[in-house]
Ligand binder design. Structure first.
Ligand code: ZN
Ligand code: CU
Length: 495
């Protein structure tokens, strides 16, 4: 695969265990890079690199794509993005769970919008402005951004506790069309959350007509991930079918002890529906979820850890049960005392997590919350945990298969052309890692520890992470819908 006249490259990575992202068995070889692209792969002993990197049989893979993030503001406020590049992540999808920073001007930030916006000034009146801000002050990672349905509702409606009227839907579609024109890749919903829970199925379908026309994508934090998960899946399938858009079920899980084991049923439903429509899903590798601290979530969890609290920041990292004992009140009163706040909820079973991760369609998404004082460890640990804990130690799947779920599979789903595979001509988004030692180090007690074994990370040909530290380079691009390929082609085959 070497061009006959290629003698010189910017970077040559030598003697690597090449995991190409398709799921195929690893091969052995060198990779050459010029500017932002992979220019040759194979035996490149004839080629001299301005920089030579000796891989010593360590693994070289396409950079990981974090399909489910809430990095909307973090990519601007903390553009080095150490929490992600330290895991080998080179592209993040933002605007999930119904919330995005644009298009919106609002004086109030109802939960869960407060997970990404700390004050009204962090919002953007339109998507052009948001993407331009990324162009002007780029982060270390590439960003593809969705519009949040709740964000649209907050902007268009005076009362969120009812379905949108015809006029309001019209005004939301106008905003959505404008955002798609600017380069948004799709629309997410968070029907579970208050700003959108009164929205009927028909409201979502109406809005998604804009997504269909723009050939975008729809991701959903479903109305229910517990007792009513079956109905919620059916609703999501109907939305995808009636609007004729590809859908992604976000952070697929079954919550609550009485529902443990039901991933058998939900995965069967997803398989069945996949015969008729484009359906994908993502998952994070933990038995605990994390979101805002709310009364209706308290019963579903066996343990609750506070991640942030506006009135009581000193409570971050502590168990809600200990706090309630100390205050001499019940859990509900304790939660109300801490609000607005966030929490980690232990509410899934390990069997379900493993069953969902094992499904060939499972993409990996961290769902990390980058602004939390004491975040869920998924923010810093998701990808190395899948590679080290679930692939190497647990043998849930091969390392090649683990990488496929983080690279070519999401790239096909989100239309990220020339990313997600080690191909000549692809962007040099790369991660060099030690397949024998890679492991997450972030825990529920110490959640911001960087992973081990991620040795070098490159985004668009520039090194962003090396020797356990960020280099400071910020070569990330705002990936606009117009530059992407067809979305929704998440296939279960290797390539
Ligand atoms: Zn969510
Ligand atoms: Cu989320």
């Amino acid at each position: 695969m070497t061009k006959p006249n290629l003698r010189h490259a910017d970077v040559v990575i030598r003697s690597a265990h090449l995991i190409d992202g398709t799921g195929s068995p690893a091969t052995y070889g060198d990779v050459a890079i010029i500017n932002d692209k992979i220019i040759a792969i194979g035996d490149l002993s004839e080629v001299i690199g301005s920089r030579e990197i000796e891989a010593n049989a360590r693994a070289l893979a396409p950079g990981f794509i974090d399909v489910h993030t809430h990095d909307d503001r973090a990519v601007l406020s903390d553009p080095i993005m150490a929490c992600k590049i330290s895991q080998g992540v080179t592209t993040v999808i933002t605007g999930n769970c119904g919330i995005s920073l644009a298009p919106l001007t609002s004086k109030f930030l109802p939960p869960p919008l407060d997970l990404i916006a700390d004050r009204p000034e962090s919002l953007f009146p339109d998507f052009f402005a948001y993407l331009n801000a990324l162009d002007n002050d780029p982060p270390a990672v590439n960003v593809a951004a969705q519009v949040g349905h709740s964000t649209l509702r907050i902007g268009a409606m005076d009362n969120l506790e009812r379905p949108a009227t015809g006029e309001e839907i019209k005004s939301m579609r106008h905003q959505l069309d404008h955002a798609l024109e600017a380069g948004a890749i799709g629309m997410s919903t968070g029907l579970y959350y208050e700003p959108a829970s009164a929205a009927p199925t028909s409201e979502v379908i109406e809005l998604l007509k804009s997504i269909r026309d723009a050939r975008g994508i729809h991701t959903t934090h479903m109305r229910n991930e517990g007792d009513h998960i079956k109905q919620s899946l059916e609703e999501s399938f109907r939305i995808g079918r009636d609007a004729n858009v590809p859908i992604v079920i976000s952070h697929h899980k079954v919550g609550g002890i009485s529902n443990h084991g039901r991933s058998r049923e939900t995965l069967r439903m997803i398989d069945e529906a996949s015969n008729y429509q484009a359906i994908a899903f993502d998952v994070y590798p933990y038995v605990a979820s994390s979101t805002v601290l709310g009364v209706k979530r308290l019963e579903t969890a066996s343990r609750i850890v506070v991640t942030w609290s506006k009135p009581h920041p000193e409570m971050s990292g502590r168990d809600l049960s200990h706090i309630s004992e100390e205050l001499g009140c019940d859990l509900i009163t304790a939660a109300q005392t801490l609000a607005p706040a966030g929490a980690i909820y232990f509410m899934m079973s390990e069997d379900d997590v493993q069953r969902i991760l094992s499904h060939p369609k499972a993409m990996i998404g961290s769902d990390g919350l980058p602004h939390d004082d004491h975040p869920h460890p998924r923010l810093w640990g998701t990808f190395p945990r899948v590679l080290g804990h679930y692939a190497r130690e647990n043998g849930l799947f091969t390392l090649e298969e683990a990488v496929r779920r983080m690279t070519s599979l999401p790239a096909a789903q989100f239309g990220l052309m020339e990313r997600g595979k080690l191909n000549v001509g692809s962007y040099a988004d790369l991660v060099l890692f030690n397949q024998k030692t890679v492991i997450d180090r972030a825990t529920f007690e110490a959640p911001t520890r960087a992973a081990e074994g991620i040795d070098l990370v490159m985004v668009n040909g520039r090194t962003v992470w090396e020797n356990g530290a960020a280099t400071g380079a910020r070569p990330g691009l705002a990936l606009r819908r117009q530059s992407l390929g067809q979305m929704g082609s998440n296939t279960t085959s290797g390539c």
